[in-house]
Design a protein around this ligand. Structure first.
Ligand SMILES: Nc1ncnc2c1ncn2[C@@H]1O[C@H](COP(=O)(O)OP(=O)(O)O)[C@@H](O)[C@H]1O
Ligand SMILES: [Mg+2]
Length: 282
């Protein structure tokens, strides 16, 4: 079976996925999405039986997924999943509607409404961009003065998305969080991520370090529910240990796994490609 792995930046992960493909019976080619041209109404069979979509760019990844799915070729992850996971509000809604414990979250539709939302949440709180990863622009806001300063800066930005505000309660947790990688029903790897010195965010992209651990049955069940809540596929489920138990704050769509791989013995790329192959066979 033939597969394509679309990318816009070739990272360690894409190479590892391509290398792992043959052991799962897939003949996979790396395809630079920046060179792709789609003709609407054409089948684009040259992409093979299935595409693993790995673009980093928010808009390009959604556009490429839409174009491939529109051409009738199966994509991992599906467009509907990419859409939910690439928008933190959509993810929070999906988690909450599925009854999964998730941090209290508020969205203010303008700078006029943001102080009232913050007042309801209380300080400290966390402000996040609607889209993004690697912990970028995710900020702890400790008081109203800091909030006002951040809002003033954001109001000067040209992107209208910056003029609406995603605020979340600050979860009191140990200096680590949890990343569980899933592929369909299979739990591929579970790690604790520890923030580096002088940093509160645990993202590996910010220097966070990963350590393997065995999730208990409660967490496993929550992770499966979270994966289902966004539509399933290859996902990175992020959780925190709050004083009231686990909360899931994010489900990631196009995951990096170099950090997790450094902590576990199972081959993550092989497990992920095994899932892609099983989707192609279906
Ligand atoms: N509500 C919160 N309370 C405490 N820490 C948080 C909260 N939300 C996020 N963090 C920390 O910030 C990091 C980045 O936030 P996250 O929502 O996962 O955004 P990103 O998509 O950029 O990874 C998390 O991995 C976690 O360490
Ligand atoms: Mg995250």
């Amino acid at each position: 079976m033939k597969a394509s792995i679309t990318f816009d930046r070739l990272r360690w992960e894409e190479k590892a996925l391509a290398d792992a493909a043959s052991s799962t019976g897939l003949d996979a080619s790396l395809v630079d999405a920046k060179a792709m041209v789609f003709q609407v109404s054409k089948g684009h069979r040259e992409l093979g039986d299935i595409v693993l979509q790995r673009c980093i760019s928010h808009y390009r990844s959604l556009m490429v997924t839409r174009a491939i799915e529109g051409a009738g070729v199966r994509v991992v992850n599906r467009l509907s999943v990419a859409e939910v996971c690439s928008n933190k509000l959509a993810t929070s809604i999906a988690l909450s509607r599925a009854g999964i414990p998730t941090p209290r979250t508020m969205v203010a539709m303008s700078s006029e409404a943001v102080e009232s939302a913050a007042g309801q949440l209380g300080f400290p709180l966390v402000m996040k961009p609607f889209s993004g990863s690697w912990g970028r622009m995710v900020s702890v806001v400790r008081d109203m003065e800091t909030l006002q300063a951040l809002v003033e800066y954001k109001e000067e930005l040209a992107n209208p998305l910056e003029h609406m505000y995603y605020l979340q309660e600050y979860v009191k947790r140990p200096p680590r969080d949890i990343r569980v990688i899933v592929a369909g029903d299979r739990l591929v790897a579970s790690v604790h991520r520890y923030a580096p010195d002088g940093e509160w965010r645990t993202n590996v992209a910010r220097g966070g370090t990963s350590k393997a651990f065995k999730p208990d049955s409660e967490l496993k069940e929550m992770v499966h529910k979270a994966s289902e809540a966004v539509g399933g596929g290859i996902l990175g489920v992020d959780a925190m240990e709050s004083s009231e138990g686990y909360v899931i704050h994010e489900v990631n769509n196009t995951i990096e796994f170099k950090g997790a791989q450094s902590a576990v013995s199972t081959s993550i790329p092989e497990q992920l490609m095994r899932y892609v192959a099983s989707c192609a066979r279906r």
